[in-house]
Design a protein around this ligand. Structure first.
Ligand code: SF4
Ligand code: SF4
Ligand code: SF4
Length: 259
């Protein structure tokens, strides 16, 4: 008797640095076990061999920044039974969403000798702004263990057990001294989504928010604390304007401290 077909997995890239796809390839010890559970249908970072859709699970990295990609994501959605976005680019527009706060033409003329050949959109937008998304996994890059949890959850038909609380809880659990309280070091941990295991406070450094906003964060309250530590309006404006600048809670707080 032949084995039942394995679920077909696809990994797609839009505007991004490939770092989140590499997190999947970084699952060295788990990758063989994963390959036994799924059939890799489309993953150009790992293999040139492609299989036709439909795909049971699509992982999507990157944001939408070109007219072509705005059409391509519709095709990906149509070909995917479940679609999960991975990383700050796909979930919030990424570092390239800094264009959303400026005129794209100024960047084009500064970077390209012949900008008239560049076709791009004024804004970098997350995948969920274009198509329905079944789950968003935050991080820049995502954490490989969280990615494995998401994949195994979707393969077994359950909800992923990804916490929505802040880095502070991971920090306390790891037993790190609080750099904000003990050293007066500004830290974005209280408003940042858990997932990294509080890496930076573990090295006595403040968190700079690469996992994006936690569920129901309070950035204005944290900004007050930062001001008490000597942060300027310009500091606060800039600190919320990084990888997750277009995520609403960080965007609003950055704009609240604009000139
Ligand atoms: S979220 Fe970060 S690591 Fe992932 S693709 Fe975007 S820039 Fe790269
Ligand atoms: S060091 Fe940062 S992340 Fe850790 S408890 Fe203090 S504020 Fe939270
Ligand atoms: S910046 Fe914050 S979220 Fe990113 S790795 Fe450091 S502690 Fe974790």
């Amino acid at each position: 008797m032949s084995n039942p077909p394995r679920p077909r997995l696809a990994v797609w890239k839009f505007a991004s640095c490939d770092g989140c796809q590499l997190s999947l390839l970084d699952c060295e010890e788990e990758l063989l076990a994963l390959a036994e559970k799924v059939e890799i249908g489309y993953f150009l970072e790992a293999s040139r061999k492609t299989l036709p859709g439909p795909y049971d699970l699509s992982l999507v990295e990157g944001s939408i920044t070109t007219p072509e990609d705005a059409e391509r994501i519709q095709e990906v959605r149509r070909a995917s039974r479940k679609l999960v976005t991975i990383g700050a680019c796909a979930t919030a527009g990424g570092i390239q969403a800094l264009r959303n706060f400026a005129r794209i033409g100024d960047f084009l003329s500064a970077v390209y000798a012949s900008p008239e050949y560049i076709q791009t959109l004024d804004r970098s937008t997350p995948i969920a702004a274009h198509v329905p998304v079944d789950f968003e996994l935050q991080g820049c890059p995502i954490h490989r263990f969280q990615l494995l949890e998401v994949i195994s959850a979707f393969l077994s038909g359950r909800s992923p057990a990804i916490p929505h609380y802040s880095v502070c809880l991971e920090c306390k659990r790891a037993g790190h001294p609080c750099v904000l309280v003990a050293r007066g070091t500004p830290c974005l941990g209280p408003v940042t989504h858990a997932g990294c295991g509080a890496i930076c406070p573990g090295y006595a450094r403040g968190c700079y928010g690469c996992y994006g906003p936690m569920e129901s964060p309070n950035p204005p309250s944290l900004s007050l604390r930062w001001r008490a530590l000597g942060a300027s309006e310009r500091d606060l404006h800039r600190v919320f304007r990084t990888f997750n600048a277009a995520a609403a809670p960080f965007r609003r707080e950055s704009e609240a401290h604009a000139d």
